[in-house]
Design a protein around this ligand. Structure first.
Ligand code: FES
Length: 126
């Protein structure tokens, strides 16, 4: 089924499909994708935590480097937190908030997603 149009208040914009829901399992490897971010392509990812999908720019709050320690590996060993591979900053998987380390209060950039009909979609904000 094609995605339904989302009413953003200013114009109707179809959400961008990211991947099938089954590709993003609880606490497991995340799915990497790209988004348009202020006129450039930027790395992003989606993970599942406590049953819900959450997407973020793949960019640490400390230094703008990608977080994953192997492609798609964003969770720490407890599978409860997202961790930056470079200096170990910890983030809340449900909000992207910085929980400790060198991010020093600078959380991840949240990308709104919705899950429908077995797929994950990026909600574009216009
Ligand atoms: S670059 Fe991520 S904690 Fe330093």
């Amino acid at each position: 089924m094609p995605p339904r149009l989302k009413n953003t208040g200013t114009r109707l914009t179809p959400p961008d499909p990211i991947c099938a829901s089954a590709m993003v399992r609880e606490g497991a490897t995340g799915f990497r994708f790209e988004v348009d971010w202020h006129g450039t392509r930027a790395a992003a990812f989606v993970i599942r935590h406590l049953g819900r999908a959450h997407a973020y720019l793949n960019r640490c709050g400390h230094i703008p480097v990608e977080l994953d320690w192997q492609p798609g590996e964003f969770f720490d060993s407890s599978r409860l937190y997202l961790v930056c591979a470079t200096h170990g900053a910890l983030y809340d998987p449900t909000s992207g908030a910085c929980l400790g380390g060198r991010c020093e209060g600078r959380g991840l950039v949240v990308l709104p997603v919705e899950e429908r009909d077995g797929h994950l979609f990026l909600i574009k904000e216009n």
